[in-house]
Design a protein around this ligand. Structure first.
Ligand code: C2E
Ligand code: MG
Ligand code: MG
Ligand code: MG
Length: 283
């Protein structure tokens, strides 16, 4: 009997595993299709200076067209892209597309916000990555200082010697570097000091309970103070309520990003929003 049960359990797990593998292949196929048929697009979420209410940057976030898949979000497909090596082609596309957009903004109005781009782990393994990036950017007649590269704290805390060299070269070339999802990884203070990164992004998981949970508030405040004592800017992600914004303002947090100000939006709306800079309207 026990043997029979064990066997059933094995079947149950292997069915689950089959399903997971099938799902993996399906996502991989959809990503390939998106690459081959212009099925990706970028939307941009404003980053706002808390003191002035002005938009100081935007984060580019990847989306897949609905004709390829419904409710297909990056938290689901980026890890699979990363594992299947499709991430390099996708990352290249993201760079071209954001350069094209910055070029368009500049040509249209003479100004463009700083654009933050998420880097995957694999990009840092490519020792020619910094050169390729500068080449792409130069192709649009842009400078590295138009871009901020976001590296998650988890990736940042697990970097090898050669990853470190890639980051240093990106910095030398003039790219700004932000540590994304700060508080969820294990970066050493020595690393933060050594790289002299430009910005810490406090993870949404701390911000969302900042008004109710004392530990989350303490972690956020410690991150703000750490950033400032190292001379870095600090931005809170996932700000959804005025109460959260008020607490962050009191802590001295520099910038905010979140649905309270705006969700990610299509690029055509960004310029208009910059002109209106409507954080003031929230007060
Ligand atoms: P992330 O870099 O931490 O991006 C912030 C995520 O939080 C975005 O989710 C954004 O839509 C969401 N968000 C912003 N404000 C709020 C808020 O007030 N409330 C809530 N509930 N959510 C908010 P998204 O666009 O689904 O992206 C998820 C993750 O996927 C990103 O996390 C990033 O790690 C990754 N990702 C997105 N685009 C790219 C890309 O082009 N390349 C790479 N390598 N990763 C990307
Ligand atoms: Mg990010
Ligand atoms: Mg983040
Ligand atoms: Mg996050």
């Amino acid at each position: 009997r026990a043997k029979q049960e064990g066997k059933n359990r094995f079947c149950y797990y292997s069915t689950k595993m089959d399903q997971a593998i099938r799902k993996y292949h399906q996502i991989e196929r959809q990503l390939k299709e998106a690459l081959n048929s212009e099925g990706f697009y970028l939307i941009y979420q404003p980053q706002v200076d808390i003191a002035s209410g002005k938009i100081v940057g935007v984060e580019a976030l990847l989306r897949v067209d609905e004709y390829i898949a419904l409710d297909f979000n990056p938290s689901e497909f980026i890890p699979i892209a990363e594992e299947s090596e499709l991430i390099n082609r996708i990352g290249e596309w993201v760079f071209h597309e954001s350069c094209r957009q910055v070029r368009h903004w500049l040509d249209e109005s003479g100004t463009a916000p700083l654009v933050a781009i998420n880097l995957s782990r694999r990009r840092l393994l490519d020792e020619y990555f910094p050169e390729r990036l500068t080449e792409i950017i130069a192709g649009y007649d842009l400078e590295p200082c138009h871009f901020e590269l976001e590296i998650t704290e988890t990736i940042f805390s697990q970097m090898s010697e050669s990853n470190c060299q890639v980051i240093s070269r990106l910095q030398e070339m003039g790219f700004l570097i932000a540590i994304d999802d700060f508080g969820t990884g294990y970066s050493s203070l020595a690393n933060l000091k050594h790289f002299n990164v430009d910005k810490l992004k406090v993870d949404r998981s701390f911000v969302s309970d900042i008004a109710k949970n004392e530990s989350d508030r303490a972690i956020t405040e410690a991150s703000v103070n750490l950033a400032h004592s190292l001379g870095l800017k600090v931005i809170a992600e996932g700000v959804e309520t005025r109460e959260q914004l008020e607490i962050l303002r009191e802590m001295g947090c520099d910038e905010m990003q979140g649905h309270l100000f705006s969700p990610p939006i299509p690029p055509e709306k960004i310029q208009q929003m910059i002109l209106e800079h409507s954080l003031e309207n929230l007060w």
